[in-house]
Design a protein around this ligand. Structure first.
Ligand SMILES: [Zn+2]
Length: 150
């Protein structure tokens, strides 16, 4: 599923989350910005994905996994190889300072690490600004917004 970066997140036809914006929904047929991500950013993103702070930034897991459109990979091994996680099967929700959210495929970390995808600046800033001590449950937020726009 391709969605242009920073467009309204719209997981289904005719359905929009007004305060959620898309990041990293890439495919083979659309140009994307490239660049090298700083380790600080990757470490923060990885810690959120592994939920090392006890919160959950995942929502709407699907059965099965989605393969990387560029290389076919469907799992993610973190730097230390101590944990393998499936990355093609859910949404990653990142809160912003202004009360909106970025919604990315969990595959985004692989796109950044292996395919030099450079997400919009707003997304970098939001990831770096996430306070790990603040309660966050992505599924609750996704469910709430779904009802609100129904
Ligand atoms: Zn890949």
């Amino acid at each position: 599923m391709y969605i242009k970066d920073l467009n309204d997140f719209s997981p289904l036809d005719g359905f929009i989350f007004e305060s959620a914006f898309s990041v990293g929904w890439l495919d083979k047929h659309h140009f994307y910005n490239k660049g090298r991500a700083p380790n600080l950013f990757l470490d923060k993103l990885r810690s959120l994905m592994l939920a090392e702070n006890g919160n959950s930034y995942y929502a709407n897991p699907m059965r099965g996994t989605h393969q990387c459109p560029f290389c076919g990979l469907d799992y993610f091994s973190d730097k230390l190889e101590y944990r393998k996680m499936s990355i093609g099967s859910a949404e990653l929700w990142i809160p912003t300072q202004s009360g909106t959210y970025f919604v990315a495929p969990t595959m985004i970390i692989h796109y950044i690490q292996e395919h030099d995808y450079s997400p919009p600046t707003e997304f970098w800033e939001a990831v770096m600004a996430v306070d790990p001590n603040r309660n966050f449950n992505a599924q609750e937020i996704s469910d709430r917004l779904t009802i609100a726009t129904d």
